[in-house]
Design a protein around this ligand. Structure first.
Ligand code: PMP
Length: 334
């Protein structure tokens, strides 16, 4: 018989899939790493597991403890999954721009969710950083993983995501592309891929970051954008900019349009940060020859965004569908 002891044991080992239809003008092979196939539905299962195991080993997290984390949802699901298995209570603090669908998922896993305003600076007492600090300090046995500064975030990608990509491409990939939120994914994966490819005949793997327009990583001021889980208004310790060769800024409109195309044309129902990463990946891939192989990491599923990115009314309320609507009108008049 072949079975897992627990659903949480199935983290990682996600597949690479080729993009075939959204790749107009691209000669290179573009592969995506489908992280929604992790048991909690996102790339964040990887860091949740490693952060908890390290905290248990160091004694920071004791039996019966409570995990308190500011999270836009995905890290919460990963933590809730392992918390549940290991008997820890979970309290998550989410900014109010996070969709209700996502918050309900956290509650479904048995976690408590505290909602804070999105539009306050990080040092404000009502920011999700400050509120989670306060709850962690006031809760007996409280432990805050702090994905923004915990080195086990990047480490989990150094030990899993990077080696998986290197093995699955037989060491042939040319570039790796990922969105930057805490920066953990790109930092850990890049450290591994740069290290193993350092002396390769074809040259080192290029590392490309994708960032929402307005975020600090691509030179913005931290002004608001709608794509969730990526971009920042401050520089977290989990992000090491020195391992990234280029950061490409992508608008909300481009990110969401590509997210919808991925579902309709590639059968990939993924989140907005995935559309963003693919836009950056394709922009980069257009500069490469046919022998090149680009791997783009897709962090999560589109199911958490059905009432936003995949809802025509929501999209047009932000003006994102205007061009398409105009095209239709012209078509109808003709
Ligand atoms: N996309 C989504 C949907 C996310 O939740 C996250 C995590 N914040 C990211 C991308 C970025 O990953 P990282 O934090 O590792 O940079």
């Amino acid at each position: 018989m072949r079975y897992a002891e627990h659903i949480a044991d199935l983290v990682g080992g996600t597949p690479l899939v080729k993009l075939n239809h959204v790749t107009e003008g691209v000669a290179a092979t573009v592969l995506v790493k489908v992280e929604y196939l992790n048991p909690g539905g996102s790339v964040k299962d990887r860091i949740a597991l490693r952060m908890i195991e390290a905290a248990e080993a160091s004694g920071a997290l004791q039996p019966g403890g409570t995990i308190v984390e500011p999270t836009s949802g995905n890290t919460g699901v990963g933590l809730a999954l392992f918390g549940q298995r290991k008997g820890y209570k979970c309290i998550f603090v989410c900014p109010d721009k996070v969709s209700e669908d996502k918050r309900n998922v956290l509650k479904a896993y048995g976690a408590e969710v505290v909602v804070t305003p999105t539009s306050v600076p990080p040092e404000h007492p009502d920011s999700y950083y400050s509120v989670s600090d306060r709850i962690a300090a006031e809760t007996p046995g409280g432990w805050k993983p702090d994905q923004y500064s915990n080195p086990e975030g990047p480490n989990s990608h150094y030990h899993s995501t990077g080696p998986e990509i290197w093995a699955d491409t037989d060491g042939e990939l040319t570039s790796f592309v990922a969105g930057i939120g805490t920066g953990g994914t790109i930092t850990g994966t890049a450290r591994y891929l740069r290290e193993v490819s350092a002396d390769r005949a074809g040259g080192r793997v290029q590392i490309i970051g994708a960032d929402p327009e307005g975020s600090v990583y691509s030179g913005g001021t931290g002004r608001p954008y709608l794509v969730e889980g990526v971009g920042e208004d401050m520089w977290p310790r989990a992000y090491d900019p020195s391992v990234v060769d280029e950061v490409i800024a992508v608008s909300d409109a481009e990110s969401f349009e590509m997210t919808r195309r991925l579902a309709r044309e590639e059968g990939l129902l993924v989140g907005g940060s995935c559309g963003m990463a693919v836009v950056a990946g394709l922009r980069h891939a257009r500069t490469l020859p046919a022998e090149a192989t680009v791997v783009v990491l897709l962090p999560d599923s589109g199911r958490g965004y059905l009432s936003k990115i995949f809802d025509d009314g929501w999209m047009s309320s932000y003006g994102f569908m205007r061009e398409r609507a105009d095209e239709t009108t012209v078509g109808e008049v003709l």
